[in-house]
Design a binder for this molecule. Structure first.
Ligand SMILES: NC(=O)c1ccc[n+]([C@@H]2O[C@H](COP(=O)([O-])OP(=O)(O)OC[C@H]3O[C@@H](n4cnc5c(N)ncnc54)[C@H](O)[C@@H]3O)[C@@H](O)[C@H]2O)c1
Length: 314
């Protein structure tokens, strides 16, 4: 199958692209390569360095499935340049969907975010709860979902709402919670937790990839939004789990970050998906990578820092 992965050189996109190639798919990765290009050349890979806002430069011919990951991909990064963020996260998504339909793409899978719910006290945050986005990032995700779902009468549209992803990737992110706390412990023997009692859901990288594979393999799953988050645990709990594996001190500091919510992924599970990996697996993998000397901290591992370096701030 010919699959277009936007953001194919990102943290998730790199692992996804390599997995799809291993499965025998033809993959087009379309990415600005802001965080480098860690994809290995492959006869079935077309690796394009380009901006999705230049819609005419994207080769849609023969594409059956689009997995749309290319976004400004966290709250503080979006705030650096809200105009750029709305253009990339929303306007480009609409153009992609419009072209997709014209080129006969059958399925459009979108990486939304579990953070679209905003702060929620409900113990079970299901897809039917109202969205109260609290950041520009959340708003761009919510609006893009709505725009994309307006095309569901013309192609299958699956909006996945992933929890925070954890685990290793050739394009490593050290600014996502489990990775960040594990790395702090390994590097400084100390973990600083801001607040700590905010609860957030998590998803292991391998399960994240398995979710996208699941939707490709089951295209007739009803169009709509699907939560993909499994371990609703506090930042403090993650730190304690890291502490058990790495001898490190946990220091709790004041926080003004109110983001706290749980995700219920029963709707996804009802489609036949089964979770296989967890936060502990991710911590173990990061420890292993560190032991092997291959966990290299560079500024590219921190989205906001690197976007500032690239002069992408307004
Ligand atoms: N990582 C997480 O915890 C998480 C959680 C929920 C949702 N998501 C979503 O999943 C997707 C992938 O996230 P990630 O962690 O891999 O982020 P990432 O920043 O590593 O990857 C995004 C990729 O998109 C590319 N990109 C950005 N703007 C572009 C543009 N205009 N044209 C072409 N390419 C562009 C970047 O170069 C980057 O390689 C994002 O949409 C993100 O919002 C991620």
């Amino acid at each position: 199958m010919k699959i277009l992965v936007t953001g194919g050189c990102g943290y998730v996109g790199t692992v996804l692209t390599e997995t799809l190639l291993k499965e025998g798919h033809q993959v087009i990765s379309f990415d600005t390569q802001w965080f480098g290009n860690h994809l290995t050349a492959h006869p079935n890979l077309v690796n394009i360095n380009g901006d999705i806002r230049n819609i005419d430069s994207i080769p849609f011919k023969g594409v059956e499935v689009i997995i749309h990951l290319a976004n400004i991909a966290n709250d503080p990064a979006v705030e650096l340049n809200p105009t750029l963020s709305w253009e990339v996260n929303v306007l480009a998504a609409q153009q992609l969907a419009d072209r997709a339909v014209r080129f006969g793409v059958k399925q459009f899978i979108y990486a939304s975010s579990g953070s679209v719910y905003g702060v929620k006290d409900e113990p079970q945050v299901t897809e039917d709860l109202p969205l109260v986005p609290i950041s520009v990032y959340n708003k761009t995700k919510m609006v893009a979902e709505r725009v994309l779902l307006s095309y569901q009468d013309q192609m299958q549209v699956h909006c996945i709402r992933p929890a925070t992803v954890c685990g290793v990737s050739p394009r490593m992110r050290l600014d996502v919670s489990v990775n960040m706390l594990s790395f702090q412990a390994l590097k400084n023997k100390k973990i600083t937790v801001y607040g700590g009692d905010q609860t957030r859901p998590n998803i292991h990288m391998k399960d994240m990839i398995r979710v996208y594979q699941h939707f490709i393999q089951n295209p007739s799953i009803v169009s709509g939004c699907y939560n993909a988050g499994f371990e609703n645990i506090s930042i403090l709990e993650i730190s304690e789990r890291v502490k058990k594996k790495v001898n490190a001190e946990v220091i709790v500091s004041e926080s003004n970050d109110p983001r706290s919510y749980r995700q219920n992924s029963d709707k996804l599970l009802a489609t036949g998906f089964k979770q296989q990996y967890g936060v502990d697996d991710a911590i173990d993998e990061i420890i292993e990578l560190h032991k092997s000397g291959k966990l290299i901290e560079t500024d590219q591992c921190f989205t906001v820092k690197w976007m500032k370096y690239l002069n992408l701030a307004q």
